[in-house]
Design a protein around this ligand. Sequence first.
Ligand code: NOJ
Ligand code: MG
Length: 581
Amino acid sequence: MTKLVILLIIAAANCQELDWWEGGNFYQIYPRSYMDSDGDGIGDLQGIKSKLAYVKGLGMDGVWLSPIYKSPQADFGYDISDYRGINAEYGTLEDFDEVIAECERLQLKLILDFVPNHTSDEHEWFNKSEASVPGYEDYYIWRDGKIDPYTNLLVPPTNWISFFRYSAWRWSNIRKQFYLHQFHYKQPDINYRSPKLVQEMKDVLSYWMQKGVAGFRIDIIVCLFEKMFEDGTFPDEPIDNPNCDYNDPCYLNHIYTQDQNETYDMAYQWRELLDNFKILNGGDTRIMMTESYAAVEKAQRFYGDGDRKGSYVPFNFEIIKNLNQNSTAKDYKNTIDSWLDHMPKKTGIQANWVLGNHDQHRAASRLGVDRGDLLNILVQTLPGIAITYQGEELVMTNVHLTWEQTVDPQACNTHDPVNYESSSRDPARTPFPWDDTKNGGFSTNDTTWLPAGKNYETVNVKAQEAATNSHLKIFRRLTTIRKQPVFRQGTYAGTLLNNDNVFAYKREYENQVAVILLNFGTTQQTVNVTSAFSGVPAQLKIYTSSLSSGMTNGADVLSTNVVIGKDIGVVLLSSTVSAEY
Ligand code: NOJ
Ligand code: MG
């Protein structure tokens, strides 16, 4: 009996089975721009369904859809008027069921965007709350205004500024009070101090889990709670940057409208709900991915505090926040170390790596077009989870849109036809290029909600499939090799080489070794890998490298002498790693 128990314990300790999300590969789809099935110029669910095999073929484990719910589209779906319905432009609940079924067939997990901070002002709850219908009065954050002592005019209760500029408060002529909106005025903030509302939102999560989704990306979770005094009033925020326009969010230091303790508590409650759902209903782990651009320590609080479990994936935005086209090998290493070093020392959590999303300019445009493949190599070979925004696999770049073509409220609210583009998120939201036909094969309509980038004739899936080598083919080699234990479970050791021009790291698992070299310098470098890492065989094989590297997959190199060009990344493997060449 005792022997049996001991054997079982040994078996458990040796068991290297990972849960599906651990070391997982995730892909973000922006539904409006992925594929239009009905020719109205707007992407939709049937379009997505028809392309899920492509996503699976990229080597993905999970796919996150930006919001598909009923919405007036003031913020392109992040303003939801019915959490349980599908936006008619995108399809119906039946179409959604077909998407889920297709995901199941392909063994792809579906993650939905959960937008808990605000609804649309066209949500039934808001209408009821504005009309003070009993039971709904406190669903949103309503406050009286103040009388300005100088002008004698009624002004908002605090100086808070919306992410999209101007006051975060708007007057309601119906309720005769102000309501809070941290984003567009058509996105009123929900009141998480109302227990009934808290339950409503939990029910929304359960509803979609019943329908078969594998988890949620949680939108702007940092804003759930605002600091409130006992009398129900709120404090003004201090000025952070007097050089910013006073209508701009960068003017204030958001210490009272973001990252409050209660917010983390709500995140842990949601994690518990997801985990309990699995206990009660079976099936695979349901995950949550949390959006926070706060400092590492705050973003990582979403991993959980003490015994309380939190986000499975607190998005790691360090690359987005810290790096640009001029960033050096040292900048990259510091940024990566910062996330890894800060991670709480507990089991059951994973690092994750992100280059971009629908809110940022294209990764290649921000971080260097010539570094496109290098960046994908980085994200796919670091330890933990990789997250790709649609188009990064093709190394898509920003699409320039005129002021007249611009629709993003964040850009429109600048009222600045000259400098709007730095605020606009549209350059990264244009239609996905499938081939070289009209609109890049995205839609048959003469016009699409945003125009396709002009370079779709060369930068598209079909062309990159047909080419002998391409960004897409490199990407796929990366996602394939990533499934090997050396990447899924291997140790990680990183260093700077060649006068800090090269960032190098070794992944190791049992007798398998992978070495990744990334040359951020301005000249070609000859790297001696053995001088940097122990346990590297004298010869390594080139598994894949940047498109313009001049290197050949499958070629042997001497570990003491690897020649690597500027902006080039290369993945080198020991012969013990099982790989196709
Ligand atoms: C973050 C989303 O990613 C962004 O697109 C949106 O505008 C805001 N949250 C508000 O929901
Ligand atoms: Mg359509």
